[in-house]
Every structure is written in C-alpha cells, then in structure tokens.
Design a protein around this ligand. Structure first.
Ligand SMILES: [Zn+2]
Length: 531
C-alpha cells in the first residue's frame, strides 16, 4: 500500500529564535538552513522580513534552497487594504517561495487584542491569502490560539480555517499557541477540522508547555493532519516548540508511522540526525541535552550490571531502536570491558593500531576517565584525544618546549584620549638548541597568545604556516566543587582540514594555552614533521 506523504515544516529560525538567549546572526541562519535543507525538511521558515535587519537581509535575495523557503508575517491589519499595509508589502516582496501568515482565530483575541470585528478578521484572512496567491507564492495560514479559540467558539475558529482554505492556502496550520492542550483534545479538534478542510491541507504547530508537543503533533497526524511544524531540539519560547528531531525519529522508526507515512528525510539522512542536532547546539554555544531522545549523549548509554552484559550479547534487549539509525552511538558506562571496547573503537577511528589486550589501553582508559571527570570532553575534541592516545602509546615527539609565557592586558587612555584595552603576549620557546622569543599584540589575551605562539617556531614554522584558528568556544563548568573553564578550539589548515582541541583549567588563559598547544602539535604530527 502506498504511504501517505507527511510534510515537515521547520521554524527554528523564526519561532525558535524567540528562545531566551538565542540570537541568530545572518551567518547562523544560513548555517542552520543548510543543515535543515540537507536533512530533507520540506519547509524552512527563515524569519520575519521587515521586522529586523537580519531577516530583511536573509530574504533580500534567493537562497537557492531545495526546501520551500518561507517568510512569516501578519495578515493585513484591520481597517487597511492589502495595498496600503507596509508590513504586508515587505512580506509580499521578500525573496521567498512561500508565505506563512499568522492570523487570530479566537474570537476573544480578535475583539480584545485586534480591536476589530469578527467579520473584518475573516476578510483580512481572505484578502491576505489572495494577495500572496497573486504574487505566485505558496500560502500557509498559522491559526493562532486555534485550540483555545475552538473551545470558546468552534464555529468562528472553523470559519477562519475554512476561509483560508477556500482562498487557496496550501496549508491551514492549527496552532496550540499557549501550549496547554492535551493530546486527546488535539485529536478530537483536528478531527472536527478535517470535516471542513481536507486533512492533506491541515497542519499542526504545537508548543511544549505540558511536555506533550511531540505527542500533540502525532495526535494531530492520527486525526488526519499531514503537515507538522517544529524546531530543531525543540527550541522556542517558554518550554519550546515540538521537537522536530524527536518527531523525525518517531516518524522514521516507529512502524505505526513509518508504515503509513513517508517524509522527506531519507534513511541515509536519518543517520545524520544526531550530528544536525548537535550542530545546532554548537551554533548556539550551549551544552546539548544529554538525555534528549534519539540524539542525546545518554540516549543509548547503559550503566553497567546486567543491562550492559545483556546489551553486549544482543543490543536489542535494552534499546528501542538501533543508535546507528539516527547517527548516535551506544555507550556502556562503568563496565571496564565496555570502556575498553569504546577506547579501542576510538583508536581505530583515528587510525592508531594497537593490540586488543595491550595493557596501555587500560591505562589510556583510566586517564580519559580521570580527565573527563574534571571537565575534558574528548568526544568534542578528536585531535586532543588522538594526541593523548599517541602520547600514551609513546608516539609523539617533543617538537618544542614553551618554557615561559606572559600575557598582559592593559586598559588605558591612548594618545587621542580614547579608552582602549590592549593585549600583548610574550612567549619563550626552545626548539632543539634554539631559544626563541616572540611577542605579539592581539585583540584579546588569547588572540595575542595564539599569534605569539605561532610567530616563530624555528624549523617547524613552515609546517604551521597554513594553520588558522576558525572557532573558539568557552564554557564554564561546575566540575566537583569549583568552577573550571573549558575551551574548545577549532583549527583549519591549508588543505581545508579541520580539527578540534580542548583545554580545561580554572584559568581561561591556561585552558586556551592547552588547546592552542594541542592544535599546533596535532598539525605537526599530521604533517609528519621530523622530531
Ligand atoms: Zn509558535
């Protein structure tokens, strides 16, 4: 039997951007859009053209996405014509494939918030859909407060949905704006809507205020809706939006859904789900939720005892799906046997050959555990793990020695009376018999240290010429009783190869120094520099 098509609509860049502490730059938005496009999401809502400079620039030109790139905005304002509404004009002029309008569908909100009549609100919906159709855009209507509106005045809420559909809106999206509706209510109300608007034109937009946004989205699908809106990792204001990552896992891997429905995410792309989820956290510079279903670090982590030994015999005993399906990894904690296989797997991945029963593997495992306990995260820092492993297996030359460094930050008034902060670093290095001193000024202490370190490494200088620092991330951790700083540095070489190194210390300069050193040494190892 052919499966029905379900459409996924991502609003990470619009509704997700409402999250406390989330502030996407244009660069971030394009990076997230690229992730979503590659994953196979059908619609990407980029933002609200005309509302802020980033969104206006985002929609200033064609972004050549495979997905339907969607602009968000309000229907025409009460008492105005569509031709005389600047907000609507910005939306209609945006370089977008589709326009998603938001309109009020709760009679109480129409009267109190919009201060207009129920009839004028219906006319605004009709006019706005028509105006976008005239511009050859695909049209969606987000029905704000639909579920609360339906409970208060079902006829009016349905009339709004019907008006949009009759004018040719591709999707009428039912929004649980306050996020308080329960799954059985969603199912019943969506069913009532599909009696007036066909289900393959009905969508769901759920918020997570009762921790049921994913369940509500699936309940809507059961009742006939064929379009789901959500965000990566469920970001969004208050408690967030429906988590598209969990939804994709469920829709692809639970036979009840995968047997009846097809989505734009292929099995191959599903294996990138974990990477996509973690990439968003990286862009937001925040720690991922370890316990996130499907993609969290702990989603397939089992702690010792009978579970672990059963998993070693047959993983299906304690796992609801295979971690590889979503690009995640099985993790067995505590058990030395399992930790050893993890380390062996990592060594194999970075290309270090070692005998299974080599006692140094057990020592390496101990060191990794000790270091992770104080804040190191080797999963995020492949290059540092590889160096640690190579050192413990006795294979990294002592190329050079930084005998001393000094970093100075000075705040003063300059010659023309401006207050400036100047950073300078001096580094003393021994390379073979040569003793070298380099100094550099930078736009901050870490930048100055980086420049001074890489200024003169004597005979190794040619190897690190093409080395560039491409990202620098700092996180304050509470490891044990005191706060420590974890620094992750991403570097790139002249061949476009990238790697990440890590440093952990109570002192941010020291943590940065460790990560910078690892990056340079890693590059020398990789280039086969002679000892
Ligand atoms: Zn919303």
């Amino acid at each position: 039997m052919p499966r029905e098509r379900l459409y996924l609509f991502d609003t990470t860049l619009r509704d997700g951007a409402q999250t406390n502490g989330v502030d996407f730059t244009l660069h971030d938005k394009l990076a997230v859009a690229a992730l979503l496009d590659d994953l196979g999401v059908d619609y990407i809502e980029g933002g609200y053209p005309g509302a802020n400079p980033v969104d206006t620039e985002l929609f200033g030109r064609d972004r050549s996405l495979r997905a339907t790139f969607t602009a968000f905005g309000m229907t025409r304002r009460p008492g105005r014509s569509t031709a005389n509404d600047p907000g609507l004009a910005a939306l209609l002029d945006a370089c977008a494939d589709a326009i998603c309008y938001v309109a009020k569908t709760w009679d109480y909100h129409v009267r109190v918030a919009l201060e207009t009549t129920l009839e004028d609100n219906l006319a605004s919906i009709r006019d706005s859909v028509r105006a976008a159709k005239a511009k050859h855009r695909e049209v969606l209507l987000d029905c704000e407060h639909f579920f609360d509106g339906y409970k208060a005045n079902p006829d009016y809420a349905l009339a709004c949905a019907k008006a949009a559909h009759e004018e040719g809106a591709r999707w009428v999206v039912l929004c649980d704006t306050n996020g308080g509706t329960l799954p059985h209510e969603v199912e019943a109300i969506v069913k009532a809507v599909t009696a007036v608007v066909p289900g393959d034109h009905v969508g769901i937009h759920a918020h997570n205020d009762t921790e049921q946004a994913v369940a509500n989205s699936l309940a809507a699908v059961r009742a006939g809706a064929r379009h789901i809106q959500g965000t990566l990792n469920g970001i969004g204001e208050r408690c967030g939006n429906a988590n598209l990552v969990s939804l994709i896992g469920n829709l692809k891997l639970k036979p009840e859904y995968s047997g009846s429905f097809e989505i734009g995410v292929t099995d191959d792309k599903l294996a990138h789900l974990t990477r996509v989820s973690r990439s968003l956290d990286e862009i937001l510079n925040r720690a991922g939720n370890r316990h996130a279903p499907y993609v969290g670090d702990s989603a397939f982590a089992t702690k010792a005892g009978i579970h672990a030994s059963a998993i070693l015999k047959d993983p299906a005993t304690y796992e609801h799906v295979r971690p590889e399906a979503v690009g995640n990894r099985r993790k067995l904690l505590v058990s030395d046997q399992a930790g050893r296989s993890n380390v062996l797997a990592e060594l194999e991945r970075v290309g270090i050959a070692v005998e299974r029963d080599d006692p140094r593997v057990a020592r390496l495992l101990d060191v990794v555990k000790e270091r992770e306990a104080v804040g190191y995260a080797y999963e995020a820092a492949d290059a540092s793990f590889e160096l640690l492993a190579r050192r413990m297996l006795g294979k990294v030359p002592q190329y050079f020695d930084v005998t001393r460094f000094d970093v100075n930050v000075e705040h003063r008034v300059n010659a023309i009376g401006e207050r400036v902060t100047v950073s300078m670093a001096v580094v003393k290095v021994t390379v073979g018999d040569d003793k070298l001193i380099s100094a550099a000024e930078g736009n901050g202490p870490v930048n100055a240290l980086d420049l001074a370190l890489r200024k003169d490494l004597g005979k190794y200088q040619t190897y690190i010429k093409g080395l560039n620092l491409t990202d620098y991330r700092v996180r304050i951790l509470n490891a044990g009783t005191e706060a420590v700083t974890r620094v992750l540095i991403e570097s790139e070489d002249e061949n476009g190869e990238r790697w990440t190194t890590i440093g952990v210390s109570p002192n941010i300069i020291d943590a940065s120094f460790q990560a910078l050193m690892d990056s340079i040494v890693y590059k020398l190892v990789k280039s086969g520099a002679p000892a």
